[in-house]
Structure formats: C-alpha cells, structure tokens
Design a protein around this ligand. Structure first.
Ligand code: FE2
Length: 241
C-alpha cells in the first residue's frame, strides 16, 4: 500500500515529536503492509504551522530517509505537504514554497472544519485553473460535506479527488464524519484512503485494518483502488480516472 497523507516527519507539526517516534511509525506502517509514504506536515497555517519548504524541511526529510536506510526499514518516503487552504496556494506551489505530493500535479489541501462551502469551492476552482488536481484531505470531516449530500458531488465536478481518513471509517472522528465517510464510499466518490497518522500510539499509520474493512464492506477491488492503485498513480504523476 501507499499512504499519501501522514505526519511522519519529526518536529515539524503536531505529528511525530522526534525521530524515534517517526521510526516507530515507519515500522508500524511496514507491519501493516505499507511500502511507501508521502510525508505531509501541516503548512500554510498563519501563526501556527507555517512550514514553507526550505532548508529545515529538506534537512529533516533527508535525515529521516537516512535513518530509514540505517535501520533497514523497507519504506520509501516522498516529500509533500498538507496545505491549509488560502487564495495564493497556486502561486506558492509555483515558487516551491509549498509542495505537491511527491512532486506531482496533486496538492493535498485541507480546510477549516467549519469553512463555508462556497469559499472552499472558490479556492479549489482557482487551483484547478492553475492546471493542478487538488486532493481534498478528509472531506468527511468538514461541516459543509457532512450537512449536504450534494457536496461530495460538487467537489468531484470541480475536478477534485477525495481522500478519506482511516479513522473516520472506524468512527474515531465522531458520528458525522463516520456517516459522511460511509456515504462517500458507498457512492464510489472516494479516490483514496490514507492514515493521516500523527503518532505511533493513536492515529497510527497502520493501514491493514482499513484495507480489510473496505474489502469486507465493499470489495477487494475497491480497497485496492483506494489504498494501492490510486496512491501509486500519484507518485508516478499519472492521471486518475
Ligand atoms: Fe493531516
């Protein structure tokens, strides 16, 4: 499997606190059948996690990669960001201050949980107009999606792809996110399931349970698409239908 959303880099955001935690997360991911992770620290959040790409990010990323090699952990790691939405994301990506996933045309974008639908749609429209294909991080967690059955269809019609969190499928983010994630999956609107892992203790990068859950509730083909085929296509910057 390939995990396209994981806060595995140490000390950059509210994910792994230190390299030991990052390595425990990496081992857990491998135990659950994950072979590659795109590191997605929060960024572009004013007065909080700004994390624009630069020497700090590069040094931490390279050191982690070197640690994986030294510890013989068979996990590939790619750079990325979970980009908090603003109106200038496109320009910041062009300047390489914000990273798309693994250098692809797919930026992973998150929004405020109670942001108004029209504001979200407008920002996404701007990104699509720049030739990018936004992947909406955990749409099931946003109020405008949980409250409106048309919202996931609107997001897809704009040209976006949808990434569901493993934890939402298990009810870890409350009833609304659980119901919305089920609705998105049942209607075949989901494109990815990812861990959105923040630690080796809670919200972990272990994905085997999510794979089994989708296989049983839907089909093995759907689990393969969401956790293997589509995430691998992102790394190769291939088109996703
Ligand atoms: Fe995240």
């Amino acid at each position: 499997m390939v995990d396209i959303h994981c806060h595995i880099l140490p000390g950059l955001d509210d994910g792994a606190d230190n390299i030991e935690e990052s390595l425990r997360m990496a081992r857990l991911a491998v135990d659950g059948g994950t072979r590659a992770i795109i590191a997605t620290p929060h960024c572009n959040i004013p007065d909080s996690f700004e994390n624009y790409f630069g020497r700090d990010y590069a040094d931490i990323f390279n050191a982690f990669k070197e640690n994986l090699r030294a510890e013989d952990i068979p996990l590939k790691i790619y750079p990325g960001h979970e980009i908090f939405s603003s109106e200038n994301i496109g320009a910041l990506i062009k300047k390489r201050r914000l990273l798309t996933l693994a250098g692809s045309d797919y930026p992973l974008v998150e929004f405020g949980f109670t942001e108004a639908a029209e504001s979200v749609y407008e920002k996404l429209r701007m990104l699509v107009a720049e030739g990018l294909t936004p992947i909406v991080a955990h749409p099931e967690r946003y109020a405008f999606v949980a409250e409106d059955d048309f919202a996931p269809y609107r997001l897809k019609a704009l040209g976006c792809l949808l990434q569901i969190n493993k934890g939402s499928l298990k009810g870890n983010f409350g009833r609304e996110a659980y119901t919305a994630s089920g609705y998105i999956l049942e209607n075949e609107l989901a494109d990815f399931v990812a861990s959105d892992a923040h630690s080796p203790y809670m919200r972990t990068p272990y994905l085997a349970d999510a794979y089994e859950l989708i296989s049983e509730a839907h089909s093995r083909d759907y689990a393969d698409l969401l956790l293997k085929t589509n995430p691998a296509a992102v790394i190769q910057n291939k088109k996703i239908n």
